[in-house]
Design a protein around this ligand. Structure first.
Ligand code: ATP
Length: 485
């Protein structure tokens, strides 16, 4: 078997030599070129498993080569070497189709990790597994509407690079599913996919959770522990609800993404990590930047490729197929459930503020009421107030009502048989434990929102201006369960 061949394009003889020696030691065949012209001549002669090019070359910019290789040698990943601190160049190269980048001074660990990823990708592509129509068809994202078909092809295309992807879309529209698909179609598929809900981690624990910690770093750190970055090494890290990251953590995250190194809390040395970052949010991140809640540099770094998940009301034709597949999944083993034609029509004129997750919830509940496995309109129990699709504006996260912010108890929550005592503290007094007090307040407010929505968690989350997943996490933490009916 012949060794994979790599093309190194650099006009600096020293760096060329260092790269050459390192790659040969990895068992690879290496060709070197010192200019764009020489590189083009090599590319015309041989097929490469990876092209690694410097940005500045005597007869032009490396990014020209990126465009050419991305357009004509689809099976050849190309990575660029950028000058120290030129994050703009790295982002521009990724946007132009580069698979990855390295910044100077080139760290040999990082070089090796990057080359290994490229070789994995080249192998998958060579076997025709990645970009075929069959790959797009194997997506978990159900839907035959043109917008979904386009989304699936986009996912297959962008799975080929290391470029950070920012997924936007309303809550429940399938952002996590899309991120899992990107991972599954990439050369990283056999490595971990780690999804982190940034809004659900207490601020004080964030650094330890993301980067890990050394034994003795703080009280309770009884042994060394890896963080999300180490856990996702070689694979993909999904930063869900990224807009919820506190500013201080945004700085550390930016550094980790740029340097591809992390330092455990309490450690003196950094360790290299090879992680593809996918971020997601239902908020408008550009607006968060304008308001000073999100760092512009991190936004720029995460937003290299944008993927928008359409809300369900923009693809109502998918509802029939989606419902069939969801009902198949939800129906008890051995039984079958279908929608009556009227029920299908009713769903098609519903606005789905909670998107596919809401459709899942509606169908799950409807199944319990359906006669002989046929779901009628009444079984769907669609919100009476739901406006017809045309009249429904995009859902805007609602501000937390004043009564909730100050936590003044009003009526007892009807879902509770024995409502918990409302946490009120007389003027001038203090709680014995602030965390316990705040937990009580939070528990009470969540119960109230759940009571108001008859335990529809999607709607309760909307009422409280948080995402479904944040609500689910808080319910678990505070031990709130659906009461037996
Ligand atoms: N196109 C789809 N096909 C099949 N199932 C889908 C689709 N989109 C979403 N779902 C399902 O809907 C639910 C919500 O999806 P997911 O968690 O990916 O949404 P999200 O946009 O990440 O939500 P959030 O913003 O609240 O975190 C999941 O159970 C998922 O399997």
């Amino acid at each position: 078997m012949t060794a994979p061949r790599i093309l190194v394009v650099d006009d600096e003889a020293d760096l060329r030599e260092l790269l050459d020696i390192t790659l040969v030691k990895m068992g690879l065949d290496v060709d070197c070129a010192e200019s764009l012209t020489a590189a083009r001549a090599c590319l015309a002669q041989s097929e490469y498993a990876l092209v690694l090019t410097d940005m500045r070359l005597p007869d032009g910019m490396g990014i020209e080569l990126v465009r050419e290789v991305a357009a004509s040698c689809r099976n050849t990943p190309i990575a660029v070497i950028t000058a120290f601190g030129s994050a703009d160049n790295a982002v521009a190269a990724l946007k132009a189709g580069a698979f990855d980048y390295l910044s100077k001074p080139v760290g040999l660990d990082q070089l090796r990790l990057m080359v290994q990823s490229a070789l994995r990708m080249h192998k998958t592509e060579g076997a025709g597994q990645a970009s075929s129509p069959a790959a797009a068809a194997s997506s978990r994202l159900v839907g035959q509407s043109p917008v979904m078909q386009d989304l699936r092809s986009q996912i297959v295309r962008l799975a080929r690079s290391m470029a950070p992807v920012a997924i936007t879309g309303e809550s429940g529209s399938g952002k996590e599913l899309a991120a899992r698909d990107i991972h599954a179609h990439s050369a990283r598929a056999d490595k971990p996919f780690i999804a982190v809900n940034c809004g659900a981690i207490p601020e004080a624990l964030m650094e330890a959770e993301f980067f890990g910690y050394r034994k003795g770093a703080f009280t309770g750190a009884s042994e060394d522990r890896d963080g999300f970055f180490q856990a996702a090494n070689g694979g993909t890290l999904m930063l869900d609800e990224v807009a919820d990251l506190p500013l201080q953590m945004q700085v550390k995250l930016l550094r980790a993404i740029q340097e591809r190194r992390v330092r455990k809390v309490g450690a003196t040395v950094e360790e290299p990590v090879d992680v593809r970052v996918i971020s997601a949010t239902h908020q408008n991140l550009a607006e968060c930047v304008e308001k000073g809640r999100f760092r512009q540099d991190l936004y720029y770094r995460l937003n290299v490729i944008e993927l928008r998940l359409p809300p369900l009301r923009e693809r109502l034709d998918d509802i029939g197929l989606l419902s069939d597949i969801l009902l198949e999944r939800l129906a008890p083993p051995g039984s079958k459930a279908v929608l009556s034609p009227e029920a299908l029509d009713a769903l098609k004129s519903y606005a789905f503020p909670g998107n596919v997750r809401e459709l899942e919830n509606i169908l799950e509940r409807a199944l319990a009421f359906a006669n002989d496995g046929v779901i009628a309109v009444a079984d769907l129990a669609l919100k009476a107030s739901a406006a017809p699709v045309e009249a429904m504006p995009a859902p805007v996260p609602q501000p937390i009502p004043e009564e909730i912010r100050v936590a003044v108890p009003v009526e007892p929550a009807p879902v509770e048989r024995q409502p918990a005592p409302a946490p009120v503290i007389p003027e001038g007094e203090l709680p014995q434990s602030l965390p316990d007090y705040l937990d009580d307040v939070e528990r009470e407010i969540i119960r109230r929102a759940l009571a108001r929505t008859h335990f529809n968690r999607t709607q309760a989350a909307e009422l409280l201006g948080i995402s479904f997943r944040q609500l689910r996490y808080r319910m678990q933490r505070l031990d709130i369960h659906e009461p037996d009916t």
